[in-house]
Write a protein that binds this ligand. Structure first.
Ligand code: SF4
Ligand code: SF4
Length: 136
């Protein structure tokens, strides 16, 4: 009887599995069509395209993704999810990656380090959104 090769065992390392748990998404569902990257409004500022993020995760190169600026530039607009023929919600994957990065490196927004005069000029919505995105 021939051996059964499990793609999951080959491609998904423990950190990638954690991304799956946190995001509720199946990383191996992606077949690299590129629709997410083509429709992402923040792609121009990213160092890794959304489809590259998920490919690296499939290959277990989670550290490379955690170091990228892309996870912080994602605007959580879900345009990628709307375009994905496999129903992969990349915005949730990006959120899971931000969470992992902050667990390791600490929160990105230090409220008490924002100068008071600047604080007054920020729209309240921006501050709330900042807390949601840059703190655990
Ligand atoms: S949710 Fe993030 S990755 Fe997806 S299209 Fe919007 S900005 Fe791009
Ligand atoms: S649109 Fe979906 S299937 Fe296509 S590359 Fe992006 S995540 Fe993968």
């Amino acid at each position: 009887m021939g051996a059964v090769i499990s793609l999951e065992k080959i491609f998904l390392n423990p950190l990638a599995r954690r991304v799956e748990e946190l995001s509720g998404q199946d990383l191996l569902a992606c077949y690299q069509c590129g629709e997410c990257s083509a429709g992402c409004p923040a792609a121009f500022a990213m160092d890794l395209l959304p489809s590259q993020v998920i490919r690296l995760l499939q290959l277990g190169q989670v550290e490379d993704v955690l170091k990228s600026a892309t996870i912080w530039f994602c605007a959580a607009c879900q345009a990628c999810y709307a375009r994905c023929p496999k129903g992969v919600d990349l915005s949730r994957i990006m959120e899971a990656l931000r969470e992992l990065a902050m667990e390791r490196d600490g929160e990105r927004l230090k409220y008490n380090q924002i100068p008071e005069e600047e604080l007054d000029s920020f729209p309240q919505q921006a501050i709330i959104a900042g807390f949601r995105k840059y703190t655990l």
